[in-house]
Write a protein that binds this ligand. Sequence first.
Ligand code: DAT
Ligand code: MG
Length: 141
Amino acid sequence: MQRTLVLLKPDALQRGLAGEIISRLEGRGLKIVAMKMMQMDEELAKRLYEIHKGKSFFQGLIEQITSSPIIAAVFEGENAVELVRGTMGETDPALAMPGTIRGDLALDIGRNLIHGADSEEIAEKESELFFSAKEIFRLHP
Ligand code: DAT
Ligand code: MG
């Protein structure tokens, strides 16, 4: 069983798409094991997107993700990292396949609705940025 970090970005909440996105992930068999609504500060955003530091879109990315509240969640399931990434679709909604969250619902690359960790190792690091060990639950104790 794998766990992965998911963020519903500001545009997801502003457009009233949180339920739809969560429903699509649950529909793939993924289960919520942690969830919170919060507004990210610049420090957290820069830690999350550290690997993109120096890229042309970095500043805009930090501004967008801190502009308004998000929902952070940890989803659990077989192959959760890949399953979430596949359900999200490509980074650029113009290239994302129909049937994916971004392909069906996102407007453009700067407003692509959802973040998902892209490896198991990164997922663990990212989950620790948003949740303490006590905030991540076991569904079948
Ligand atoms: P993903 O979110 O699919 O993991 P990423 O890690 O490559 O994509 O980039 C993180 C975010 O940065 C992405 O969701 C949107 C933004 N971004 C990436 N490439 C961009 C670009 N060329 N122009 C504008 N924003 C971009
Ligand atoms: Mg990424």
